[in-house]
Structures are given as C-alpha cells and as structure tokens.
Design a protein around this ligand. Structure first.
Ligand SMILES: [Zn+2]
Length: 446
C-alpha cells in the first residue's frame, strides 16, 4: 500500500508530467491545427501543400545563395507562379550538399533558432544539415498526428520503450526526466549479450509499455530472443519500426513475438517525417511535410526518391536525392486516407554480427570506425565467419597503424581470434535483391 507521502509524490509527478507535456505540445499546436484542418477538409489538402511548396521555393530564390544562382542561371525564374514545375529543377546530391554547404544555408540563418544536424552515417558517411525550430515543430506535429490517427495511440502520454543506439540513451537527470515525466524508457541496442537481453525482457515485463519503437534490426533481434527465451506478461498496443528497412521476415517475427501490429515509419535526420504505415499496410506520404518525387532508377526493384523539404527555411533541400528507393503503392487506400502511398522502402541497412559466444554486435559500430577515416571513399563490411570479417574499401591507400587499431578494436568486440581481412577495391559491388547493406553478416540471418 502506498503511504500518504508516496501518494503525494505520485500526484505531484503526474501534475509535473502533464505540465511538461502540455508545454511541449503547445510549442507545435499551430502546426498541428493546420494539419488537422487539411485532413478535415480533404479538398484543401492539395492547395495547402502547393502553397507550402511555392513559399519555400520563393524563399530559396530570394534568400539562399545556392538557389538564387540556380534561378538566375536557368530559365526557371518564372516557374514558381503558377504551380511550380519541379521537373525542370536540378537534382541535389549529398556530394553537392557537402561541397556547397555554406551557400545552401539561408542568409537569415543567424536570426533563426536552429541546430546543426549530422546524419547517422549508416550509409557510410554522415552529412551535415541545418534545421530550424519551425521545421522541428512541423516534424513533431506530423509525428503526433500520425500516431494519433494512423496508429491510434497518444504517443506522448503512452508508456513507451524506445530502442536506441547506446550513446543516444540519456543518463543521470535526463534519464530520470525521460522515465518519470515523458513516460519513456530507452534501451541501448548496439551490443546485445544474453544477460542484456534478459534484463530487457524484465524491463518489458515490469514496465508494460503500450508502444515500442526502434530500428527494425533492434526489434528483430529482441523478437528472436523473446521467441526462444521469454514470454511477455503484457502485449504492447503497437510497435513502430523506423530508421531501417523492415523486411517481411522481420515484420512477421516481430509481430509474432510481441503479439502486436508493426507500423513502418519512414523518416531521416534531413527529413524527419516522410511517410508512415496505416492500418491497411500501405505507407502514406506526408505531403504537408515534404514533396516526394519518384525518379527512374537503375534497379528494377523500385523508384529512387527525391525529397523537397517544405518547412526548413534555414536550409531548404530541393529535389534532394535522399538515397533510398521505394516501391510505389496504389493511388487510393481502403483506410480512407487521401495521401499518396508507398508499398515499401528499399533503403540501406546494417546487420548484427554474431560472436562465437552468442553475443550480437551491431554492424553500425564497424561503420562508425571506418567512416572516421577520411581517406576512405566508400566501404562494405562483411562478417564471413565467427572469426573472419572482410573490409572492402575504396581508398588510395590505408595507413597500417590505423588498420591495426581497427583490428584490435574488432578483436575486442568479436573475440580474440577474429581476423580482419582488408581488401582495396575500385568499387563496392551492389548487393543482390535491392538490399543495400554497408555492414552485413553471413551468419546472422532471418
Ligand atoms: Zn491507408
């Protein structure tokens, strides 16, 4: 039984939580209302999105040096009015963002509340972009709308477990705030030993989350463990997979292990909310967040996506080749939502590597090590056996002292007998089956 003091603390914590969440939601309430209004009046959605596109293009032409020059040097000066024809606009690659970073940032950026973001680098090399406060508010509003109306959960108030990279899980007072006020437990998943997985199972059973959210590979690894070793005392209402490709075999295992539907959410650091899966299994594109174009692709699998961000005025990205391919979906969906659909994303991903003593080490740790070496243009890391990892590297030369350090770190992670085979190649061969993996294991399979 709770004492009066416990009751008092419990009530106080609840009140602080409500105030904290209320302030947070108030920050993007204007954007949320605009999205809600567009959904309530479906005829207004398209003109609303066109107006957003026109605004960002006009701003880019006037206040972003890189685009000012493009508008001046090409014949698209007048294409903003009437509806802009993006097809005549040049595509923007990651390489161009790196080379023209300063010119892609708005001349007004100092007046804006903004932050410098770095992409995760799971595609081999991280990319820096500036994101302003207004864009963050739109992303939060779009996410909340998605959870409420597509997943059917109030994700700010729901008890949730987030599976994250270890260095992204909060410590000390921030952890306390996350758990007590935001109702969120964060679990690091870059290395999964048996004892850690057992501890996580205890967390699930004690905390009984209504929502579990994480990278597809983390969810899949935990699901495989659950199927073998444990039982959940309480099923979550929903699971949201993000940041990585969710393959069908992963979805089946996760849904079976947790006894809940998996929703696939597609977003990146540069464009946080792009599309999300509905109850009918299609991914709807949030056209009020980004304009998404499907370009012809070399692979027969799908179409390459180009994204135009509609709210990040500190650094607008127009026709940005985000590096993912998608299979397009039908024009209409039986869930009743009018937004265009994608069947699935064929993006880039990384596997877990399996050690002889049964631990899982996420391939992203190796990606982090290799991407720190600036002389490496691109690479692919393959676990061929428990004790053998092949590093295919495109580079002029490799510093022996640096490769010795990577070898040592690899042995620490994988076991003292693990051998690293370095191979300099002209180019990285494409993976079969449309799965672009920068770190893959031949042992850890579904
Ligand atoms: Zn739908």
């Amino acid at each position: 039984m709770r004492s009066i003091r416990d009751e008092y603390e419990f009530a106080l914590r609840g009140a602080v939580r409500q105030v904290g969440l209320g302030i947070r939601q108030w920050g993007y309430s204007k954007q949320y209302e605009l999205i809600e209004e567009a959904f309530d009046n479906p005829w207004s959605l398209e003109p609303f999105c066109r107006r957003l596109l026109k605004d960002v293009l006009t701003y880019a032409r006037n206040r972003v040096p890189y685009y000012r020059e493009i508008f001046q040097n090409t014949r698209i000066q007048n294409s903003i009015e009437p509806p802009p024809d993006l097809g005549s606009f040049p595509l923007l690659t990651k390489k161009e963002i790196r080379n023209h970073f300063r010119h892609l940032v708005s001349v007004d950026y100092k007046k804006m509340r903004r932050r410098l973001l770095s992409t995760s680098g799971s595609t081999g090399r991280p990319l820096q972009v500036v994101q302003d406060n207004v864009d963050i508010r739109w992303a939060l509003a779009a996410e909340e709308y998605y959870y409420r109306h597509f997943v059917g959960i109030d994700h700010f108030r729901a008890r949730k477990v987030l599976l994250r990279r270890d260095y992204m899980t909060p410590k000390g007072i921030r952890r306390l705030y996350s758990e007590r006020i935001e109702n969120t437990v964060m679990l690091g998943c870059l290395q999964l030993s048996k004892s850690r997985l057992e501890r996580y199972l205890r967390v699930f059973n004690a905390y009984k989350p209504e929502l579990i959210q994480g990278n597809a590979s983390y969810l899949y690894a935990i699901s495989r463990f659950l199927e073998k070793r444990g039982t959940l005392v309480s099923k979550p209402k929903a699971i949201v997979s993000m940041s990585e490709v969710l393959h069908d075999f992963m979805r089946e295992t996760i849904e079976r292990a947790f006894g809940a539907k998996v929703y696939d959410f597609y977003g990146t650091r540069e464009a946080p909310s792009i599309a999300g899966e509905c109850s009918q299994g299609l991914m709807h594109i949030f056209t009020y967040q980004n304009q998404v174009e499907a370009l012809e692709s070399l692979s027969s699998q799908g179409k390459e996506l180009a994204i135009t961000t509609l709210h990040n005025f500190s650094m607008p990205l127009i026709r940005y080749r985000i590096g993912d391919e998608a299979i397009l979906g039908p024009r209409s969906c039986s869930c009743g939502c009018q937004l265009p659909t994608l069947k699935s994303i064929i993006g880039r991903t990384a596997d877990y590597f399996l050690t002889k003593d049964g631990r899982l080490v996420h391939g992203f740790i190796f990606i982090l090590m290799l991407r720190r070496n600036r002389s490496i243009e691109s690479f692919k890391i393959i676990q061929e056996d428990y004790d053998r990892i092949r590093m295919l590297v495109v580079a002029e030369t490799l510093d022996k002292r640096w490769t010795d350090l990577v070898d040592e770190k690899t042995r620490e992670l994988m076991g003292i007998n693990c051998k690293v085979v370095w191979e300099l190649v002209d180019e990285i061969p494409e993976s079969a089956g449309g799965k672009y993996s920068f770190a893959s294991s031949m042992l850890y399979k579904g």
